[in-house]
Design a protein around this ligand. Structure first.
Ligand SMILES: N[C@@H](CCC(=O)N[C@@H](CS)C(=O)NCC(=O)O)C(=O)O
Length: 336
């Protein structure tokens, strides 16, 4: 009887997993990927007046669509606030969340999410008016700091001041827009967020040159895409789309030369482009899954430079986001 109950429990578990492990099929049947994005952060996720979206995270969702549909238009971008982003993913409103979201232990466990990697290694910083004559975050004792609710930023800010025995007057806002406006209007001495966000938001200040970004980086903010717990296949697909973009850069495969790569005799390149092995099929995709990504969206370096690097108004240095063999920490497991 005990054996039977155990068998029943196992069957229920298998069924439950099977019942939820449907995201790739759902997306294919629907013919469109629902991508939870930032709707107001230049460089990461932002639509223009015509509704054309750009950004590092936006391009990541396009890469998933390229791998599945061979068509980057098959993505619906759902703009999400910091506060609402996790419920949108948990409830199934979006298939993937790619919205400058920090990978933390509680989000990875109790929120029921799986982070699929890191598409931007970031850290939290401060911006202040030059007129304040402050050169370090450690000189901010007693300062008022504008910050956004529902973020790791809010928590790190409190930690930083407490650990340095400094008095903090935090002024919180629901959106970055409100927080930046308040800072620009002089309601706070400083504004704090992920350093990438500081570069982006600085573009919106009335006189960007009147402000400086302080040198301290007070936290680790590994930003990455996330999916729901309970669907291993979908987790693998989203994870390997990111790894394919990073591997493409390492193999010097770009959107410009990917057709040449199809003729290569290099075994690593052959596995990448699908002229050897069935690595795409193993993911539930096609042989040319990675070629589609690079051809239609680009490799990681191309996407970085276009959205946040030298080809963008943000002009952020690659820094930690250089490949592991070029002095950074971006690293992807091999396709084999
Ligand atoms: N990486 C942090 C912060 C993410 C975040 O939401 N940052 C703000 C400031 S850069 C933002 O994107 N706000 C956009 C908005 O509220 O529209 C986290 O995951 O909690």
């Amino acid at each position: 009887m005990k054996k039977f109950a155990a068998l029943l429990a196992l069957a229920a578990l298998v069924f439950a997993q099977d019942a939820t492990a449907q995201t790739l099929k759902t997306v294919k049947d629907r013919g469109i990927l629902n991508c939870g994005a930032n709707g107001t952060l230049a460089g990461f996720g932002l639509p223009d007046a015509q509704g054309n979206w750009t950004g590092l995270d936006v391009d990541f969702c396009r890469a998933i669509a390229a791998a599945i549909f061979n068509d980057v238009k098959k993505v619906k971008f759902v703009p999400l606030s910091a506060k609402d982003r996790f419920t949108a993913l948990q409830s199934g409103e979006v298939d993937v969340l790619a919205r400058n979201t920090t990978w933390t232990s509680s989000r990875d466990t109790s929120l029921g999410l799986n982070f699929t990697g890191v598409n931007y290694y970031d850290g939290q910083g401060f911006i202040v008016r030059k007129a304040l004559k402050v050169n370090s975050g450690l000189e901010l004792n007693g300062a008022s700091v504008c910050v956004q609710q529902g973020t790791t930023t809010e928590l790190n800010l409190a930690d930083f001041f407490r650990s340095h025995n400094m008095q903090l007057k935090s002024v919180t806002f629901a959106t970055a827009n409100e927080a930046v406006k308040a800072y620009d209007a002089g309601r706070c001495d400083a504004y704090t967020t992920d350093a990438s966000g500081l570069y982006s938001e600085r573009l919106r200040l009335a006189n960007a040159n009147d402000h400086i970004i302080l040198p301290e980086i007070i936290s680790k903010e590994p930003l990455g895409p996330a999916v729901r717990h309970g669907d291993e296949q979908w987790f693998d697909v989203v994870k390997w789309v990111l790894f394919a973009m990073i591997n493409a850069e390492e193999l010097n495969i770009t959107s410009k030369n990917v057709d040449e790569a199809l003729k290569s005799n290099n075994p690593e390149i052959k596995r990448f482009v699908g002229t050897e092995g069935n690595y795409g099929e193993q993911l539930g995709l096609t042989k040319d899954w990675a070629v589609r990504i690079v051809k239609l969206v680009g490799n990681y370096g191309e996407v970085f430079e276009r959205n946040v690097g030298q080809g963008s108004p943000l002009k952020i240095d690659r820094g930690l986001n250089r490949l592991w063999n070029k002095g950074g920490i971006q690293y992807a497991p091999p396709i084999r």
